[in-house]
Design a protein around this ligand. Structure first.
Ligand SMILES: Cc1cc2nc3c(=O)[nH]c(=O)nc-3n(C[C@H](O)[C@H](O)[C@H](O)COP(=O)(O)OP(=O)(O)OC[C@H]3O[C@@H](n4cnc5c(N)ncnc54)[C@H](O)[C@@H]3O)c2cc1C
Ligand code: SF4
Length: 509
């Protein structure tokens, strides 16, 4: 018997039970294919990072004695599709069985299931042994409910996994959630910890990718490449994060600053999403820092909530709502993305910084993605599906299962509030409170309708004005609508005009 085991580019976990034993009758297959580089236009760093990590993974498997077939992007034998390559390999190797780990993306799940159904040899999917909840866990918990509250999912996960619990079913210290404590701006102190990521030179790989005709955007930084290639490097990053950044993670979780990139965030999302790291070990490292007194509970709880709560919950929402989730557009927004999404060249200082950082480094932290880029996109009415493709392409950690619900659900409210309890939008006041962007901006953060008024201000009120029928019943927005009423007809008309002007001149803002 010869078994082929397919390993996808985001399944680079050496801890999977597949690798417990070396078996000469098992062939591990990894392939760099145009099918995966071309389904959306990707940031150059994302393509380099995944290919480099796959190559490293294959080399390590070979080093410990496993049989590996690796198809590089420029290999003349590469048919550039997963299934065409599998057909060929099964025939060449005389394979009698095929296995693959559960894909995280609906697209690949369907493709492999359909392919297996038509095969003449036995084929089966195995667990990826990565997540802390089942694909259908959120769907089961929230069956019949209109709104799926992350907080109740998270509390159940805390109880089930006995994390930060006091042993009698209560959270440690009696409080479940320290979100309200985690909203401090950052004014330059304490200093941002140094970037914990490794350095690599991927010039040769980048040449190969370009010569193969793969389209991409963003700065490759191939000569000084900063993303981890393997589990060892990811573990060093985890250790650095826990030592130097975690104690302040909570305080500055929502802060932004023109002179900072990652602040006290972990930069671990790529390593987690390609499964170099297991979520449970990342959580355990953070909880141990609390138990030894190295990091305060508010910081550790805030961090654990992101991984045990948000990450698992988002995945549950994805599997429950695909494939129609990809098409949701609650507000019927259709405005194309302005050209500066690809250059970062806009006079909106906050947006320019968040976009510039994304294009340069393939990363921006959560509040930049949500309350700067996503906020502006929703206020101005950008086409959510086009925006989703941009987010899916630009970020190093973007895989559809996690990117799509975050973009369409959390950020764009395109699912009508299944995921977010209200639209995540703000005027300049929030951005000014949480960053230093507004001082030094071309626009006046306090003005609403003058020519130099911050566009967020008119767009914010116009958003609620034009979507009043769809949002007025939301009890969390009562105060917003009361403020809007108090403005009077003339002010509202002026706001509308200013918002319409911004929308008509989007490429010039
Ligand atoms: C519009 C939008 C798009 C996003 N797209 C992605 C994406 O494609 N891939 C992705 O991994 N995250 C995405 N996020 C969530 C979040 O922004 C990133 O996980 C985070 O910025 C990664 O940086 P970090 O590792 O330094 O995170 P940290 O702030 O250090 O957080 C620790 C970990 O928590 C997890 N996490 C935090 N927030 C979320 C969340 N909302 N959903 C899922 N996991 C979360 C991540 O694994 C992250 O590594 C998106 C958020 C928004 C608003
Ligand atoms: S004034 Fe407006 S556009 Fe400028 S940085 Fe502040 S919020 Fe952004």
């Amino acid at each position: 018997m010869t078994e082929i085991r397919l390993i996808l580019g985001d399944q680079l976990s050496p801890c999977h039970s597949w690798f417990d034993h070396v078996d000469p009758n098992t062939i591990y297959v990894l392939m760099e294919v145009r099918q995966e580089t071309d389904y959306v236009r990707h940031h150059a760093q994302k393509i380099i990072a995944i290919f480099a990590a796959m190559r490293d993974f294959a080399r390590r498997l070979r080093d410990i004695g496993h049989r590996v077939e690796y198809l590089a992007i420029d290999d003349p034998a590469n048919l550039q599709s997963l299934t065409a390559n599998l057909d060929k390999l099964i025939a060449q190797q005389g394979a009698t069985h095929l296995s693959w780990q559960a894909p995280d993306e609906w697209r690949l799940d369907q493709q492999l299931a359909d392919y297996a159904a038509g095969l003449m040899i036995p084929a089966r999917m195995v667990d990826s042994e990565h997540f802390l909840s089942a694909r259908d866990e959120a769907a089961t918990q929230f069956a019949g409910r209109k709104q799926w509250l992350m907080e109740s999912f998270y509390r159940r996960m805390r109880q089930r996994h006995d994390l930060l619990m006091d042993g009698s079913g209560r959270p440690v210290s009696g409080q479940w959630n320290f979100d309200a404590d985690n909203r401090k701006p950052w004014a330059g102190a304490p200093p941002e910890p140094s970037d914990p990521r490794p350095h690599h030179d991927h010039s040769e790989l980048w040449q190969t990718i370009m010569a193969s005709g793969v389209d991409s955007f963003g700065t490759p930084h191939h000569r000084d490449f900063r993303w981890p290639l393997n589990r060892d490097e990811a573990l060093v990053m985890l250790d650095g994060f826990v030592r130097h950044a975690l104690p302040r993670f909570g305080d500055f979780q929502d802060a932004m600053h023109s002179k900072a990139t990652h602040l006290f965030h972990s930069l671990l999302s790529f390593a987690l999403n390609v499964k170099m790291l297991r979520p449970r070990e990342v959580i355990d490292a953070a909880v141990a820092a609390f138990q030894t007194g190295h990091a305060p509970l508010a910081a550790v709880e805030g961090f654990v909530r992101q991984i045990l709560g948000w990450r698992e919950y988002i995945r549950g929402v994805y599997w429950a709502r695909m494939p129609h989730y990809a098409e949701v557009n609650h507000f019927g927004h259709t405005t194309p993305l302005p050209g500066w999404f690809w250059t970062g060249k806009t006079k909106l200082r906050c947006v320019a910084h968040a976009l510039g950082q994304s294009l340069d480094g393939a990363h921006a932290h959560h509040i930049q993605r949500l309350m700067v880029i996503g906020n502006f996109a929703l206020l101005v009415g950008l086409d959510p599906q086009e925006l989703h493709r941009w987010y899916l392409g630009v970020y190093i950690d973007a895989f559809e299962w996690v990117e799509l619900p975050n973009t369409l659900g959390m950020s764009q409210y395109a699912d009508g509030g299944a995921l977010a309890t209200k639209p995540y939008v703000s005027s300049a006041a929030y951005i000014d409170r949480m960053s230093n962007y507004c001082r030094g901006c071309h626009y006046d953060r306090k003005a609403r309708i003058s020519d130099d008024a911050c566009p967020f201000n008119a767009l914010y009120w116009d958003f609620f004005d034009r979507n009043q029928p769809m949002l007025v019943a939301n009890h969390r927005l009562g105060m917003t609508f009361r403020q809007l009423e108090k403005m009077g007809e003339e002010t509202r008309r002026a706001i509308k005009q200013r918002a319409a002007y911004i929308r008509d001149h989007l490429n010039d803002v």
